[in-house]
Design a binder for this molecule. Structure first.
Ligand code: COA
Length: 326
């Protein structure tokens, strides 16, 4: 049986750090509120000359080095993002040119914070079917470009970054195992960016009304995020007749430490096996689980055959979980 195996990962975080005390000077907030309500201490912000494809490029180069592959060997390139360089062409095509991945078929995918898991699921099908042998999935976001820096309800939460994974079709027991995905468009109003698409194209008014920024009803999103992540995580465990003890590390989407704690408690996993980097980076949407996977692989004692789980939730709403045998 062919599997899509991750043979290299990489991540990139922009240099600029925005701390909670920096935010105190911008909106009516304070370090203690942000830490206790969210767990975030700082986040990274892209430089003025950095767009999403630039962050994606750095993460991709690192993933290719780890995989020991040249850009020309990539046959499929998927970028998961809600902050593309521009509406079109796709950021994947922009990245293709920068990277020199001239033999790749390229497209973007929008599943918000669940984007990396949706990207992996997509590539898994192509590789297992034999359509392509080698793929690159990149999750990259420049959320600072759609953050309303006057809105304390949202601006404290988000950061920029990128993570990448190179996958190859192999006859092995290792690789992407079960992936569970879910979508529910009925909740689109709770988390979105209203303008800039065909519904509300850019006008003087749309700018004045601040409609080109991310809007969120945080409190309502919070509850559904917990339920959805519990459901997704439990699905992949039970479908494989596994016990929670079998999973070595869980890499959850990092929107709020309280969400992660609640999910871990409900599924009965101790926080020692749950990876956290929210204090350093905040919520980087699709990039969060991709960066998390790269950091777990580099920093934790992950051995061949260990089981890892990615689990996420995001705008759409979307949710999903992915079980990986390393
Ligand atoms: N600093 C200080 N006070 C703030 C604040 C800030 N940055 N942001 C909000 N507040 C205030 C509110 O105005 C409110 O004041 P009020 O009671 O006088 O009206 C109070 O804090 C509580 O606000 P509330 O929205 O109920 O807080 P919360 O505990 O729900 O935390 C979030 C807010 C956004 C951190 C939380 O709801 C959250 O994390 N939601 C989900 C986020 C998420 O998952 N997003 C993306 C999915 S990928």
């Amino acid at each position: 049986m062919y599997k899509a195996r991750i043979i290299g990962t990489g991540s990139y975080l922009p240099e600029k750090i925005l701390t909670n005390s920096d935010l105190e000077k911008m909106v009516d907030t304070n370090d203690e509120w942000i830490i206790t309500r969210t767990g975030i201490r700082q986040r990274r912000i892209a430089a003025d000359n950095q767009a999403t494809s630039d962050l994606a490029l750095e993460a991709s180069k690192k993933a290719l080095i780890t995989a020991g592959l040249k850009p020309e060997e990539i046959e499929l390139l998927v970028v998961a993002t809600i902050t593309p360089d521009m509406p079109f062409p796709s950021t994947a095509c922009v990245l293709q040119a920068k990277l020199g991945a001239k033999n790749a078929v390229c497209f973007d995918l929008n599943a918000a914070c669940t984007g990396f898991i949706y990207g992996l699921s997509c590539v898994k099908q192509y590789l297992q079917m034999g359509t392509y042998k080698t793929a690159l999935v990149v999750a990259a976001e420049t959320l600072s470009s759609v953050t309303d820096w006057q809105d304390r309800n949202t601006c404290i939460l988000f950061g920029d970054g990128a993570g990448a994974a190179v996958l190859r079709r192999e006859e092995t027991q290792r690789g992407l195992m079960e992936i569970y995905l879910n979508s529910d468009g009925n909740y689109q109003g709770l988390l979105n960016m209203p303008a800039g698409g065909s519904r509300i194209p850019a006008t003087e008014n749309s700018v004045k009304e601040r409609l080109h920024f991310l809007k969120m009803k945080g409190n309502e999103v919070f509850k559904i995020a917990i339920q959805s992540m519990i459901k997704a995580a439990n699905e992949v465990v039970s479908r494989n007749n596994l016990k929670w003890e079998d999973v070595k590390f869980i890499i959850p989407h990092q929107a709020n430490t309280r969400i992660i704690n609640a999910v871990a408690k409900r599924v009965g996993v101790s926080m020692e096996r749950v990876f956290l980097n929210i204090h350093k980076y905040g919520n980087m949407s699709a990039a969060t689980t991709a960066v998390g996977l790269d950091e777990v692989i580099r920093e934790k004692d992950i051995k061949e055959g260990d089981l890892l789980m990615l689990v996420a939730f995001g705008a759409g709403f979307t949710s999903g979980a992915c079980l990986i045998r390393w």
